[in-house]
Design a protein. Sequence first.
Length: 345
Amino acid sequence: MPLPRPLTLAAAAALLAWLSGCAGAQATHALPRPPLEAASTSAAWPTAAAARVIVEPGVEYTRAGDQPLLADVLRPDPPGAARLPAVVYIHGGSWRRGTREQGHELLPQLVATGRYVGVTIGYRFTPAHPWPAQLHDAKAAIRWLRAASERYGVDPGRIAVWGESSGGQIASVLGATGGNAALEGDLPLPQGLRRPATPPSSRVQAVVDFCGPSDMDAFFASAVTPEAVAEMHGRLDPLFGGPPPERADLVRSASAIRHVDARDPPFLLMHGTRDEVVPFRLSAAMHEALSRAGVPSVLVPVADWGHGFRGAEIDRRVLAFLDRHLWGKPVSVSGEPVRAERTPE
């Protein structure tokens, strides 16, 4: 019987979304190796030979009350080393919608290099679960991944977080609040997972933030027309349990720029210069704050582009950043503007 033709990256992402949506799915699935011509053009992750991507969908990483919180784990076959760094993806959706399957548009290309394990997580939504539930969920995912690192071939000392839009906000706060017990939350490790002798940390070693609002006060104030103000209240009032001016402590806790200090991990900030949802200047201010604190930070403007972006050079910058800070490769990460090729699917 002839072997099936390799899936395109778009078809692979669709298959992953279907697999992850199957009720009770716990099986491990393998995606065929992507065609090398796709890896060298549309994907743009430089690799000599693409690995297969092994997918374990619907893994419970914690439980908030009766609600299980799930992750999909993507591993390369064969892996490039016994223990690989991991990249945890946090999707966007204004804190009230979206799915972990959004990470399947980006992570398979990264994992196919053979150098990374990818994890894409779900988290609790507003209005039922206001801030800091989303941060607590993300921190619980990092602790779980460290506790389960042997199972997934992950180096627990090399974990990055990557978020987009509201997911970028969560990722940035997570990165800037390592060791902050007040924002850690108390979500448990899943049942059946062996408890390590030392409680695992939620610190990460690198942050990639695509167009996330790093200053929630400035984000709220960026709405100036009546229509924009109403839309902003629709986003943020459910997040904070009321209008942001009346929730000053929560707004501050949700602003990564308010937590910056010299202990923070390296940041890669990418943002459209014509973003009308989250102004570019918020990422510029975050970059300045990180730089003043002595934290390695690269700000990459996505020239003449709005909210959400994809492109080959964008992929290359992300990979260079991760290779530099998780593999110690002597590569530079340019802050020169890039051009986007399309919006996210």
